[in-house]
Every structure is written in C-alpha cells, then in structure tokens.
Design a protein around this ligand. Structure first.
Ligand SMILES: [Zn+2]
Length: 293
C-alpha cells in the first residue's frame, strides 16, 4: 500500500481566492508563501475529486492530510473543522493530523475531542512561526498527550543555512533534540528530509536519543540533489524515511504545471533502486508503523 505522509488540502471556497482568505484571517506568512510578491508561486491547488484522481493515477491509496501552522489559533481550529469533515467523508483515503497552536485554549481537552473525530496525529507544526517554541508549556502538554496516545507529530523543518524562501523562520535543530530527550517515546517526524538533520545521526553520542525521530521527503525535489534519497537510507536506515510529496505544492516547477504524485514517486524509485522491502517501507509501511493502533 502506498501512502503519502505529507499532503495539504484546502476547502473549495478558498481555492478561487486564497488572498482574500489570508487577508480576512490575517495569515500573512501563508499569504507570502502562496502568493509571493516578486516571484511565481509554487503553490498548486486541488479539489477533493482531483486529489483522489491524482492519487489513483499513481496508486497512492492513502494520504496524510496535514494541517497548517496558521499564525492565529482560530485559523487552526477552522482547518481542523475542515479536516474532520474530509476524513469523515473519505476515511479510507485520508488520514487526519491536527493543526496545533501554542495559544489554543484547553488544548489537551480539544485534542481528546479531536481523537473522537478520528484524528491520529499532529502536524505540520511550526511553533516558532506562531510566536513560541517547542518548550512552551501548553505545547508540551500537547506533546505529552501525543506521546501517551502514540500519535506521530510532524514538524516543518528549515535548514540552519541554505535555502531562502518567503518569510522563512528558523526551526532550531537543538530544540528537536531537546524534545526527543524530554519525551523519548514521542514519535517525531521531521519534514523535508529534516533540513539535513538526519546527518547528525552519524554522531554516536546523540544517535540513541533519536531513535523515535523519522524524516519525510516532502518537497525535497525543490531543495536537494536527487542523490539525497540513497544517502539518507545509508545514514539513518530505511525504516526512518517516509515518502511524502507536499502535494499540492508544485515541487517540480520547471516541468509541472499541475501538482501530481507520480513524478516524485518515480524520481525516488529511479534514484534509489530500492529492494521490494525497502520500497514498501518508505512508501507506506514505515508510516503505518507510526500510527496508533
Ligand atoms: Zn513544511
């Protein structure tokens, strides 16, 4: 079974005019990403029907619908309402992860309610962009809940050096290590090849503390040379790597007018020459193993 560990989705009423949505909800960072001032946007858009058709075309059976690190707690709640409807409508195709905000009121209570609605993870997280850090007390209560429930938590990761993109806000590597030490049972997924964080696993002193840290490949074609996939397997092992696209982002802007799943799937397959068991691991089994039973 092929599962995409990292996708996003928006309701159809937003698709025609994301700028007005962003202005209404004061989501300036997201506005800059989807509608940058001096550059062409990489953002693609998709309806439910198109997303499912695109998944079918590349034999992607299920996709994790990640939330977003909205700047305002109210927008996170709105995203969670949308997502609860999407996973209720297509429970066999979509896996729901929650949008979290450090200032959400009664956060653990709301996580419990979300569990009843079918959510089984948290992400995509970026508490720094939301004006806090991982060490925020409210945030850590939610991380403890996730650890106790066996929920994976996906973090957006930027490199300490390297790519620049609109309104970039750092995601300090030290804080991920801190979190892994605080909650060794928490299943942490660092997105975008962890911004090359996986290479710190070559340090034998910290490697044992990173045993529950995993890495998704979302948007990697925008960021790194294709050799990265095989190198990641060599460094951290095949079990820690999750294929994910960042759909509907256009991660092959030179050739891709519309987002799809097939181009990236084929790139990873062609670049890595995976064995059958490695392929099954990266393209679905590793994620399944992280989901709560
Ligand atoms: Zn991201």
């Amino acid at each position: 079974m092929i599962i995409d560990a990292h996708t996003h989705r928006y309701p159809e009423e937003l698709l025609g005019d994301p700028q007005s949505f962003a202005q209404l909800h004061k989501e300036w960072h997201w506005l800059e990403l989807v509608s940058p001032k001096n550059k062409k946007s990489l953002q693609g858009w998709s309806t439910r029907e198109k997303m499912i058709a695109d998944m079918d075309k590349s034999e992607v059976e299920r996709a994790v619908l990640l939330g977003w690190y909205w700047e305002n707690p109210e927008t996170c709640e709105l995203q969670n309402q949308w997502c609860s409807q999407w996973i209720a409508r297509d429970p066999d195709r979509f896996i729901g992860f929650l949008s979290l905000h450090p200032e959400l009121q009664n956060s653990v209570e709301s996580l419990k309610r979300s569990k009843d609605l079918g959510f089984i993870g948290i992400g995509e997280c970026h508490p720094w962009l939301q004006g806090a850090s991982i060490q925020n007390a409210n945030w850590m209560n939610c991380m403890e809940f996730a650890a106790a429930e066996g929920w994976p938590v996906t973090f957006h990761v930027t490199e300490p050096v390297g790519h620049d993109y609109p309104s970039r806000v750092q995601t300090p590597f030290g804080e991920f290590l801190w979190l892994a030490r605080q909650l060794p049972e928490l299943k942490i997924i660092l997105a975008h090849a962890g911004g090359l964080f996986p290479f710190y696993e070559l340090n034998p002193k910290i490697r044992p503390e990173l045993k529950n840290v995993h890495y998704d490949l979302a948007a990697c074609p925008l960021l790194y040379d294709p050799e990265i996939y095989r190198k990641l397997i060599e460094v951290v092992g095949v079990k820690k790597i999750l294929w994910g696209t960042d759909y509907p982002l256009r991660i092959f802007p030179a050739t891709q007018k519309e987002p799809d799943f097939t181009t990236f799937k084929n790139l990873v397959l062609n670049e890595t020459e995976l064995s059958e068991s490695e392929r099954d691991a990266i393209f679905g089994n590793n994620l399944l193993a992280l989901l709560p039973c």
